[in-house]
Design a protein around this ligand. Structure first.
Ligand code: PEP
Ligand code: MG
Length: 328
Protein backbone atom coordinates (compact mmCIF):
# COMPACT_ATOMS: atom_id res chain seq x y z
CA UNK A 1 0.00 0.00 0.00
CA UNK A 2 2.79 2.37 1.00
CA UNK A 3 4.76 1.61 -2.15
CA UNK A 4 1.65 2.10 -4.29
CA UNK A 5 1.37 5.57 -2.80
CA UNK A 6 5.09 6.22 -3.32
CA UNK A 7 4.57 5.81 -7.04
CA UNK A 8 2.19 8.78 -6.98
CA UNK A 9 4.97 11.11 -5.86
CA UNK A 10 5.69 12.57 -9.29
CA UNK A 11 2.15 12.19 -10.69
CA UNK A 12 0.20 15.38 -11.29
CA UNK A 13 -2.78 15.78 -8.95
CA UNK A 14 -5.46 15.88 -11.64
CA UNK A 15 -9.05 14.70 -11.16
CA UNK A 16 -10.74 12.19 -13.48
CA UNK A 17 -12.44 15.10 -15.24
CA UNK A 18 -9.17 16.92 -15.76
CA UNK A 19 -9.15 19.55 -13.00
CA UNK A 20 -5.65 20.30 -11.72
CA UNK A 21 -5.34 20.41 -7.94
CA UNK A 22 -2.43 21.93 -6.05
CA UNK A 23 -1.15 19.93 -3.06
CA UNK A 24 1.32 21.77 -0.86
CA UNK A 25 3.08 21.18 2.45
CA UNK A 26 2.76 22.75 5.89
CA UNK A 27 6.18 23.05 7.50
CA UNK A 28 7.50 24.34 10.82
CA UNK A 29 11.27 24.40 10.34
CA UNK A 30 13.77 24.35 7.46
CA UNK A 31 14.53 20.76 8.43
CA UNK A 32 11.00 19.82 7.26
CA UNK A 33 11.85 20.59 3.62
CA UNK A 34 13.11 17.07 2.74
CA UNK A 35 9.83 15.60 4.03
CA UNK A 36 7.85 18.10 1.94
CA UNK A 37 9.80 17.17 -1.20
CA UNK A 38 9.54 13.48 -0.37
CA UNK A 39 5.77 13.83 -0.19
CA UNK A 40 5.76 15.36 -3.65
CA UNK A 41 4.65 18.82 -2.44
CA UNK A 42 4.24 21.41 -5.19
CA UNK A 43 5.30 24.08 -2.77
CA UNK A 44 5.06 25.17 0.86
CA UNK A 45 1.53 26.40 1.50
CA UNK A 46 2.23 27.29 5.12
CA UNK A 47 5.57 27.87 6.86
CA UNK A 48 4.75 28.39 10.56
CA UNK A 49 7.70 30.66 11.36
CA UNK A 50 6.91 30.95 15.07
CA UNK A 51 8.66 27.59 15.46
CA UNK A 52 11.95 29.45 14.96
CA UNK A 53 11.44 30.48 18.60
CA UNK A 54 11.43 26.88 19.76
CA UNK A 55 13.88 26.20 22.57
CA UNK A 56 15.12 29.75 22.75
CA UNK A 57 14.20 32.71 24.87
CA UNK A 58 14.88 35.53 22.45
CA UNK A 59 13.94 36.81 19.04
CA UNK A 60 15.95 35.41 16.16
CA UNK A 61 17.92 38.21 14.47
CA UNK A 62 17.15 39.40 10.96
CA UNK A 63 20.13 37.46 9.60
CA UNK A 64 19.15 34.26 11.41
CA UNK A 65 15.60 34.51 10.09
CA UNK A 66 16.83 35.34 6.60
CA UNK A 67 19.07 32.26 6.61
CA UNK A 68 16.18 30.05 7.74
CA UNK A 69 13.79 31.44 5.11
CA UNK A 70 16.38 31.28 2.35
CA UNK A 71 17.17 27.69 3.26
CA UNK A 72 13.53 26.75 2.74
CA UNK A 73 13.24 28.74 -0.49
CA UNK A 74 16.40 27.23 -1.94
CA UNK A 75 15.46 23.75 -0.71
CA UNK A 76 12.10 23.98 -2.46
CA UNK A 77 14.01 24.67 -5.65
CA UNK A 78 11.75 27.07 -7.52
CA UNK A 79 8.49 25.89 -5.97
CA UNK A 80 6.45 28.61 -4.22
CA UNK A 81 7.00 29.09 -0.49
CA UNK A 82 4.31 30.76 1.61
CA UNK A 83 5.92 32.24 4.71
CA UNK A 84 3.49 33.13 7.48
CA UNK A 85 4.46 35.94 9.85
CA UNK A 86 4.76 34.90 13.50
CA UNK A 87 1.62 33.43 15.06
CA UNK A 88 2.78 33.95 18.63
CA UNK A 89 0.56 33.79 21.69
CA UNK A 90 -2.36 31.51 22.55
CA UNK A 91 -1.64 27.81 22.17
CA UNK A 92 1.70 28.53 20.53
CA UNK A 93 3.56 28.24 23.80
CA UNK A 94 6.70 29.83 22.44
CA UNK A 95 6.55 33.33 23.84
CA UNK A 96 10.06 34.72 23.95
CA UNK A 97 10.98 36.69 27.05
CA UNK A 98 10.73 40.38 26.63
CA UNK A 99 8.37 40.43 23.67
CA UNK A 100 5.12 39.23 25.11
CA UNK A 101 5.99 38.66 28.75
CA UNK A 102 2.79 38.66 30.76
CA UNK A 103 0.78 40.49 28.11
CA UNK A 104 -0.83 37.22 27.06
CA UNK A 105 -3.64 37.36 29.55
CA UNK A 106 -6.73 35.56 30.74
CA UNK A 107 -7.96 34.24 27.42
CA UNK A 108 -4.98 33.94 25.12
CA UNK A 109 -7.00 32.57 22.17
CA UNK A 110 -8.94 35.84 22.17
CA UNK A 111 -6.03 38.00 23.24
CA UNK A 112 -2.76 39.32 21.94
CA UNK A 113 -1.91 36.78 19.28
CA UNK A 114 -0.49 36.50 15.75
CA UNK A 115 -0.85 39.72 13.67
CA UNK A 116 -1.97 41.51 16.82
CA UNK A 117 1.45 40.84 18.38
CA UNK A 118 3.27 41.81 15.19
CA UNK A 119 1.44 45.14 14.97
CA UNK A 120 2.02 45.76 18.68
CA UNK A 121 5.75 45.05 18.28
CA UNK A 122 6.71 47.05 15.16
CA UNK A 123 10.44 46.44 15.57
CA UNK A 124 9.96 42.69 15.74
CA UNK A 125 7.62 42.89 12.72
CA UNK A 126 10.06 44.98 10.65
CA UNK A 127 12.86 42.52 11.43
CA UNK A 128 10.76 39.63 10.20
CA UNK A 129 9.42 41.43 7.13
CA UNK A 130 12.93 42.46 6.07
CA UNK A 131 14.14 38.87 6.49
CA UNK A 132 11.23 37.50 4.43
CA UNK A 133 11.69 40.12 1.71
CA UNK A 134 15.41 39.38 1.52
CA UNK A 135 14.64 35.68 1.05
CA UNK A 136 12.20 36.54 -1.76
CA UNK A 137 15.19 37.22 -4.01
CA UNK A 138 16.01 33.50 -4.03
CA UNK A 139 12.74 32.04 -5.32
CA UNK A 140 8.98 32.49 -5.30
CA UNK A 141 8.04 33.74 -1.83
CA UNK A 142 4.56 34.72 -0.68
CA UNK A 143 3.81 36.44 2.62
CA UNK A 144 0.87 35.16 4.68
CA UNK A 145 -0.66 37.04 7.63
CA UNK A 146 -2.38 35.11 10.47
CA UNK A 147 -5.52 35.98 12.46
CA UNK A 148 -6.77 38.99 10.54
CA UNK A 149 -10.17 40.29 11.58
CA UNK A 150 -10.16 43.98 10.71
CA UNK A 151 -9.53 45.87 7.47
CA UNK A 152 -7.27 48.28 9.36
CA UNK A 153 -5.05 45.37 10.37
CA UNK A 154 -4.56 44.55 6.70
CA UNK A 155 -3.88 48.19 5.89
CA UNK A 156 -1.37 48.50 8.75
CA UNK A 157 0.32 45.28 7.57
CA UNK A 158 0.57 46.52 3.97
CA UNK A 159 2.06 49.78 5.25
CA UNK A 160 4.59 47.82 7.35
CA UNK A 161 5.60 45.83 4.25
CA UNK A 162 6.08 49.09 2.32
CA UNK A 163 8.24 50.39 5.15
CA UNK A 164 10.39 47.24 5.13
CA UNK A 165 10.74 47.50 1.35
CA UNK A 166 11.90 51.11 1.46
CA UNK A 167 14.38 50.41 4.26
CA UNK A 168 15.84 47.58 2.15
CA UNK A 169 16.02 49.91 -0.85
CA UNK A 170 17.85 52.40 1.35
CA UNK A 171 20.33 49.65 2.24
CA UNK A 172 20.59 48.61 -1.42
CA UNK A 173 19.44 45.07 -0.59
CA UNK A 174 17.49 43.16 -3.24
CA UNK A 175 14.03 41.60 -2.90
CA UNK A 176 11.01 40.66 -5.00
CA UNK A 177 9.13 43.97 -5.23
CA UNK A 178 5.94 42.25 -6.39
CA UNK A 179 5.81 39.71 -3.54
CA UNK A 180 2.24 38.50 -3.06
CA UNK A 181 0.59 39.15 0.29
CA UNK A 182 -2.19 36.94 1.55
CA UNK A 183 -4.31 36.57 4.67
CA UNK A 184 -5.44 33.67 6.80
CA UNK A 185 -9.20 33.31 7.05
CA UNK A 186 -9.50 31.76 10.49
CA UNK A 187 -11.82 34.11 12.36
CA UNK A 188 -15.52 33.87 11.45
CA UNK A 189 -15.68 37.66 11.07
CA UNK A 190 -13.12 37.44 8.28
CA UNK A 191 -15.06 34.75 6.44
CA UNK A 192 -18.33 36.68 6.78
CA UNK A 193 -16.94 40.09 5.78
CA UNK A 194 -14.77 38.55 3.11
CA UNK A 195 -15.08 41.49 0.69
CA UNK A 196 -12.66 43.69 2.57
CA UNK A 197 -10.07 40.89 2.43
CA UNK A 198 -10.60 40.17 -1.26
CA UNK A 199 -10.14 43.85 -2.11
CA UNK A 200 -6.84 44.17 -0.25
CA UNK A 201 -5.00 40.87 -0.61
CA UNK A 202 -3.51 38.72 -3.38
CA UNK A 203 -4.57 35.35 -1.97
CA UNK A 204 -6.36 33.78 1.01
CA UNK A 205 -5.71 30.67 3.06
CA UNK A 206 -8.41 29.20 5.28
CA UNK A 207 -7.08 28.13 8.68
CA UNK A 208 -9.70 25.62 9.67
CA UNK A 209 -8.02 24.73 12.97
CA UNK A 210 -8.79 28.17 14.35
CA UNK A 211 -11.90 28.74 12.24
CA UNK A 212 -13.54 25.72 13.91
CA UNK A 213 -12.39 26.88 17.35
CA UNK A 214 -13.80 30.38 16.96
CA UNK A 215 -16.98 29.40 15.13
CA UNK A 216 -18.00 26.78 17.67
CA UNK A 217 -16.44 28.44 20.75
CA UNK A 218 -14.44 25.28 21.43
CA UNK A 219 -10.91 25.68 22.73
CA UNK A 220 -8.85 23.62 20.28
CA UNK A 221 -6.48 22.59 23.08
CA UNK A 222 -9.08 21.55 25.67
CA UNK A 223 -9.60 17.80 25.62
CA UNK A 224 -12.76 18.00 27.69
CA UNK A 225 -14.59 19.59 24.78
CA UNK A 226 -12.72 17.84 21.97
CA UNK A 227 -15.80 15.81 20.88
CA UNK A 228 -17.58 19.10 20.19
CA UNK A 229 -14.76 20.29 17.94
CA UNK A 230 -16.53 19.16 14.79
CA UNK A 231 -15.24 20.16 11.34
CA UNK A 232 -18.55 18.97 9.88
CA UNK A 233 -20.70 21.41 11.81
CA UNK A 234 -22.79 23.09 9.09
CA UNK A 235 -21.71 26.55 10.27
CA UNK A 236 -18.07 25.66 9.66
CA UNK A 237 -18.85 24.26 6.22
CA UNK A 238 -20.92 27.34 5.36
CA UNK A 239 -18.04 29.66 6.22
CA UNK A 240 -15.60 27.61 4.14
CA UNK A 241 -18.02 27.44 1.20
CA UNK A 242 -18.72 31.18 1.39
CA UNK A 243 -15.00 31.96 1.38
CA UNK A 244 -14.32 29.65 -1.57
CA UNK A 245 -17.20 31.03 -3.66
CA UNK A 246 -16.36 34.64 -2.87
CA UNK A 247 -12.71 34.09 -3.79
CA UNK A 248 -13.67 32.46 -7.05
CA UNK A 249 -16.02 35.30 -7.98
CA UNK A 250 -13.33 37.87 -7.20
CA UNK A 251 -10.57 35.93 -8.96
CA UNK A 252 -8.54 35.64 -5.75
CA UNK A 253 -7.06 32.19 -5.07
CA UNK A 254 -8.16 30.51 -1.85
CA UNK A 255 -6.48 27.50 -0.27
CA UNK A 256 -7.07 25.54 2.93
CA UNK A 257 -4.08 24.99 5.23
CA UNK A 258 -5.82 23.70 8.36
CA UNK A 259 -5.75 20.01 9.31
CA UNK A 260 -8.97 19.46 7.32
CA UNK A 261 -6.99 19.72 4.10
CA UNK A 262 -4.91 16.67 5.01
CA UNK A 263 -7.81 14.42 5.99
CA UNK A 264 -8.38 12.02 3.07
CA UNK A 265 -11.94 11.37 4.27
CA UNK A 266 -12.71 15.03 3.47
CA UNK A 267 -10.92 15.33 0.13
CA UNK A 268 -14.01 14.63 -1.98
CA UNK A 269 -16.15 16.98 0.11
CA UNK A 270 -13.63 19.81 -0.27
CA UNK A 271 -13.21 19.20 -4.01
CA UNK A 272 -16.99 19.26 -4.43
CA UNK A 273 -17.12 22.53 -2.48
CA UNK A 274 -14.74 24.10 -4.99
CA UNK A 275 -11.38 23.83 -3.25
CA UNK A 276 -8.48 23.56 -5.71
CA UNK A 277 -5.49 24.19 -3.44
CA UNK A 278 -4.69 22.16 -0.31
CA UNK A 279 -1.81 22.55 2.13
CA UNK A 280 -1.16 19.84 4.71
CA UNK A 281 1.32 17.87 6.78
CA UNK A 282 3.80 16.38 4.28
CA UNK A 283 2.95 12.82 5.37
CA UNK A 284 -0.65 13.28 4.13
CA UNK A 285 0.02 14.50 0.59
CA UNK A 286 0.24 11.18 -1.26
CA UNK A 287 -2.86 9.78 0.41
CA UNK A 288 -4.84 12.92 -0.47
CA UNK A 289 -3.44 12.79 -4.00
CA UNK A 290 -4.72 9.23 -4.41
CA UNK A 291 -8.22 10.55 -3.55
CA UNK A 292 -7.88 13.45 -6.00
CA UNK A 293 -6.93 11.07 -8.81
CA UNK A 294 -10.14 9.07 -8.28
CA UNK A 295 -12.46 12.08 -7.98
CA UNK A 296 -14.79 13.45 -10.63
CA UNK A 297 -15.65 17.01 -9.65
CA UNK A 298 -18.50 17.28 -12.13
CA UNK A 299 -20.21 14.40 -10.32
CA UNK A 300 -19.20 15.47 -6.83
CA UNK A 301 -20.35 19.09 -6.97
CA UNK A 302 -24.14 18.47 -7.05
CA UNK A 303 -23.84 15.73 -4.41
CA UNK A 304 -21.88 18.05 -2.14
CA UNK A 305 -24.41 20.86 -2.66
CA UNK A 306 -27.05 18.51 -1.25
CA UNK A 307 -24.83 17.58 1.70
CA UNK A 308 -24.27 21.25 2.51
CA UNK A 309 -28.02 21.72 2.92
CA UNK A 310 -28.13 19.21 5.80
CA UNK A 311 -28.40 20.60 9.30
CA UNK A 312 -26.80 18.05 11.59
CA UNK A 313 -23.17 16.95 11.67
CA UNK A 314 -24.28 13.32 12.15
CA UNK A 315 -26.36 13.44 8.94
CA UNK A 316 -23.54 15.19 7.12
CA UNK A 317 -21.12 12.51 8.30
CA UNK A 318 -23.45 9.74 7.14
CA UNK A 319 -23.82 11.27 3.66
CA UNK A 320 -20.10 11.90 3.50
CA UNK A 321 -19.48 8.20 4.08
CA UNK A 322 -21.75 7.44 1.14
CA UNK A 323 -19.96 10.04 -0.94
CA UNK A 324 -16.64 8.37 -0.15
CA UNK A 325 -18.25 4.95 -0.66
CA UNK A 326 -15.94 2.37 -2.11
CA UNK A 327 -13.12 4.79 -2.92
CA UNK A 328 -11.77 4.61 0.65
C1 PEP B 1 -5.20 27.02 11.32
O1 PEP B 1 -5.59 27.72 12.26
O2 PEP B 1 -5.94 26.24 10.70
C2 PEP B 1 -3.80 27.07 10.87
C3 PEP B 1 -3.40 26.47 9.75
O3 PEP B 1 -2.91 27.71 11.66
P1 PEP B 1 -2.38 27.14 13.05
O4 PEP B 1 -2.80 25.71 13.17
O5 PEP B 1 -0.90 27.35 13.00
O6 PEP B 1 -3.06 28.05 14.04
MG1 MG C 1 -4.40 29.33 13.01
Amino acid sequence: ERSKLRRLKTAKATTLDGVEISLQANIELPSDVPAALDGGAEGVGLFRTEFLFLDRGELPSEDEQFEAYRKVVKGMDGRPVTIRSFDLGADKDLNPEGTLGDRVKTNPALGLRAIRVSLAEPKMFQTQLRAILRASKYGKVRLLIPMLAHAHEIDATLAAVEQAKSSLRGDRIGFDASIEIGGMIEIPAAALAIGMFLRRLDFLSIGTNDLIQYTLAIDRTDEQVAPLYDPLHPAVLMLIAHTLHSGEKAGIPVSVCGELAGDPALTRLLLGMGLRSFSMHPAQILEVKSRVLKANIGELAPQVRRILRLEEPAKIREQLERLNGNVA
